[in-house]
Design a protein around this ligand. Structure first.
Ligand SMILES: Nc1nc2c(c(=O)[nH]1)N[C@H]1C(S)=C(S)[C@@H](COP(=O)(O)O)O[C@H]1N2
Ligand SMILES: [Mo]
Length: 402
């Protein structure tokens, strides 16, 4: 889809100042110049099929869903889902014969390389999960960590279909002895002349994640697109985005964590002022979080009266128990209603609270609780990388009622 900004902007630039002033639009040349300077970046080719209007293009490898573009019917359409690639996406040719894609399974009694066609004979499961970059919310850190300043849109709720990892393990004779991690390796072509371990996308998660993990070839009812890891992706429900390895070419059960830099030093919860190191917690399981997707300040002033405050809430690996909403910046809270279908503990829930808003400004916030009793925190946990921001205060929005 073409970005609608592109056409009018070109038109403006083409018009001479004289022609515009003849039309009484002289003032618009400045606007046109400002727009040109802030011209939205085009979608990268491998994601060219996405809805440009729904996305913020931070770079060719980082696309964020606009907060106002999140709908209210649970699933995030693929055309609106964020994208994050640490390495250039593989050539689209890898999708030409999906069933021939192969994945090496190691750390089992009978290690083997299986094609996608063979995987399809071993089992089938469908799961809805929140896919969220661990850096979602980084844009709210006052410390301005390096990395994409995502606010809320490096997340979505996706339905995946594939084979359960435990069925694959069972078919290959069970786990080899002494294994403690599931290690997934991405199938990207690595840049030459650098240490492969410094760039390889390879992540380890604790073995218990195997119970829920699937090797997925379908997403939201369609063959997995290249941008989201097609032909095959390791989906680890409840775990931060980076652990969901795209173009997966190897799944190894290992006694130790991967030696890749992205595992040893990347994605660690490093306390402020420290250097990332393997003894700090890795970004694994997600924790309870929610945010409001409407009404939003960018939608303009509201009319006095009733507004439907709505948003999304999820509990990582636990189901959401409830969500509270505040219209006074967190001084008082009211229970919101969960709405829409419950797609299981790894999916997010939509919530809504009708509130009466009078003239003035209102700070709207949401705070979720999971069934394990964890309550979404008011404050972020400060860390160098800007990971895992679940602060309800950071995610509050200020709306004006005219
Ligand atoms: N092979 C591979 N898998 C990957 C990545 C990558 O760069 N390569 N990026 C990870 C990160 S950091 C995130 S947040 C998610 C993004 O998934 P998406 O692009 O489908 O939204 O994929 C993860 N899996
Ligand atoms: Mo990420």
């Amino acid at each position: 889809m073409k970005n609608p900004m592109t056409l009018p902007r070109r038109h403006m630039l083409a018009g001479s100042a004289a022609a515009l002033s003849a039309l009484g639009l002289a003032g618009w040349t400045g606007v046109a110049r400002a727009q040109a300077a802030a011209a939205p970046k085009p979608l990268p080719g491998y994601a060219g099929w996405k809805s440009a209007n729904a996305l913020i293009v931070h770079s060719g490898s980082t696309l964020e869903t606009r907060r106002a573009a999140f709908g209210t019917s649970v699933i995030t359409p693929s055309g609106q889902l964020y994208v994050r690639n640490n390495l250039p996406a593989p050539d689209a040719a890898i999708l030409e014969n999906r069933d021939a894609w192969s994945v090496a399974i190691e750390g089992v009694k009978s290690p083997r390389t299986l094609t996608l066609a063979e995987l399809k004979t071993l089992g089938l499961e469908t799961v809805a999960t929140v896919l969220q970059c661990s850096g979602n919310g980084r844009g709210f850190f006052p410390s301005k960590p390096s990395g994409t300043p995502w606010t809320v849109g490096a997340a979505g709720c996706v339905v995946w279909s594939g084979v359960p990892l435990r069925a694959v393990v069972a078919a290959l004779g069970g786990l080899a002895d002494g294994m403690a991690y599931v290690t997934g390796t991405g199938g990207e072509k690595l840049p030459e002349g650098v240490d492969p371990l410094s760039v390889l996308v390879e992540r380890s998660v604790p073995l218990k994640a195997m119970d829920d993990a699937i090797l997925a070839w379908e997403m939201n009812g369609e063959p997995l697109p290249l941008a989201h890891g097609g032909p095959l992706r390791l989906v680890v429900p409840g775990y931060q985005g980076v652990n969901n390895i795209k173009y997966v070419k190897r799944v190894a059960f290992t006694p130790a964590q991967s030696q890749a830099r992205i595992m040893q030093h990347g994605y660690r919860m490093s306390p402020p002022g420290t250097k990332a190191s393997p003894d700090q917690p890795s970004v694994w399981e997600m924790t309870v979080k929610s945010w409001i997707n409407g009404p939003l300040p960018e939608q303009g002033p509201l009319k006095a009266g009733v507004a439907q405050v709505h948003g999304v809430a999820f509990g990582g690996t636990h189901p959401v128990k409830g969500v509270e909403v505040s219209v006074d910046g967190g001084k008082t809270w009211q229970a919101a209603q969960l709405v829409g279908p419950d797609l299981g503990r790894f999916a997010w829930r939509q919530f809504v609270l009708p509130v009466r808003l009078g003239a003035g400004t209102h700070v709207l916030a949401s705070r979720a609780t999971d069934t394990a009793g964890n309550v979404q925190a008011e404050q972020r946990e400060e860390n160098v990388g800007g990971y895992n921001n679940t602060s309800w205060s950071d995610h509050a929005v200020t709306v004006t009622v005219a």
